[in-house]
Design a protein around this ligand. Structure first.
Ligand code: TRP
Ligand code: SF4
Length: 335
């Protein structure tokens, strides 16, 4: 039986962090064997928020690629591509924009949330409003069955489903596109070092690329149970960020021990953090070493993306032929 197809992407706005890994990337890696996978770098999406810093895009693309290689995204198993190298994304976005009600886009929660989160930037832009529509185009161009994403992206997948239904309704067609489903990870929200959701824009993230000293320093500064003031006070691991990190990369016996001992003041926070740090470093070291083997290999990384983009474009072009026909643009092409 043919494998089901999945598609997902990362915006190149810098290095990827633990939240990106446990919230999505880890699952992508696992899915590579059972699905036909398309993973791409959404460089146009990065410009929706960083339009005034174009110089950051290319270095960020390289960082994301290295992060992918570090965690085990494999170009032999999956199609890896760059959004802006497959122009069909832009064409489909444009055509869909003709029939997308403004209200639908204004109501997407991330529209207001991200404006709030990135208050230092003026995001009152046409392109930013269209962000989720471009994302819809990304997905349905490839007829993806499922989209592995974090919780924060579910509203975008929902919008995509509505766009597909509306397209079929308006053009009186069916099956031009597949209605995609979100594929959620079971990982709960990953807190940053200050307890808010881990996010680059909050300055509370620990990165896949961070070296041992940086990881140590960030974890030592991580906020624990705020009610536990003295060593003798019993703590509550359920509200502690360090305990969340234990659950990510510590062996079960350590997680169980901390869960028990913290509650009866049997372990102190400094000792607990040190254990957590050692476990985290053990997990991340090999990944970071693999990441470092790609340093200075920009051309190889881009070459890999070129191959993937050619494959992706073949699929995208086929979808667009049908879309043009359905939308009345059925008079062939100039060349
Ligand atoms: N919006 C996604 C994010 O911020 C990135 C993205 C763009 C994406 N296009 C996509 C994810 C298509 C999945 C499918 O993480
Ligand atoms: Fe958190 Fe560990 Fe301190 Fe408990 S002992 S509050 S789990 S750091």
């Amino acid at each position: 039986m043919a494998k089901k197809r999945i598609l997902s992407g990362n915006r190149p706005t810098g290095k990827l962090h633990w939240g990106n890994y446990f919230g999505a990337l880890k699952q992508w890696v696992e899915l590579q064997d059972s699905y036909e996978c398309f993973f791409f770098i959404a460089d146009w999406h990065a410009l929706t928020t960083d339009y005034d810093h174009p110089e950051k895009i290319k270095p960020s693309v390289m960082e994301v690629l290295k992060d992918w290689m570090a965690v085990g995204i494999d170009p032999k198993k999956s199609v890896l591509f760059l959004q802006s190298w497959v122009k069909e994304h832009a064409e489909l976005h444009l055509l869909l924009s003709m029939m997308t009600p403004l209200g639908w886009l204004e109501r997407v929660p991330s529209f207001k949330d991200m404006q709030q989160e990135l208050r230092d930037r003026d995001l009152n832009m046409y392109g930013f409003l269209g962000y989720p529509l471009l994302q819809s185009a990304d997905i349905i161009l490839y007829q993806a069955d499922s989209v592995p994403v974090g919780e924060d992206q579910v509203a975008h997948i929902e919008l995509t489903r509505e766009i597909v239904r509306r397209f079929h309704h308006i053009t009186k067609t069916e099956k031009v596109f597949v209605e995609p489903k979100p594929l959620l990870t079971k990982t709960p929200r990953i807190p940053g070092t200050d307890g808010r959701k881990m996010s680059k824009s909050f300055g509370n993230a620990i990165y896949i690329a961070d070296d041992d000293a940086t990881v140590r320093q960030k974890m030592m500064a991580t906020i624990t149970d705020p009610a536990r003031k003295r060593r003798e006070d019993p703590g509550n691991p359920d509200v502690c960020n360090i305990f969340s990190y234990h659950k990510l990369t510590s062996p079960k016996k350590d997680v169980d021990m901390v869960d028990r001992e913290c509650r009866r003041a049997g372990i102190g926070c400094v000792e607990c953090k040190k254990l957590c740090i050692e476990n985290a470093l053990q997990f991340w070291q090999p990944l970071r070493e693999r990441r470092e083997t790609w340093d200075g290999k920009e051309q190889e990384l881009l070459g890999m993306m070129r191959e993937g983009s050619v494959k992706a474009q073949t699929v995208a072009a086929k979808t667009m032929e049908r879309v043009r026909e359905v939308m009345g643009l059925n008079y062939g092409t100039a060349r």
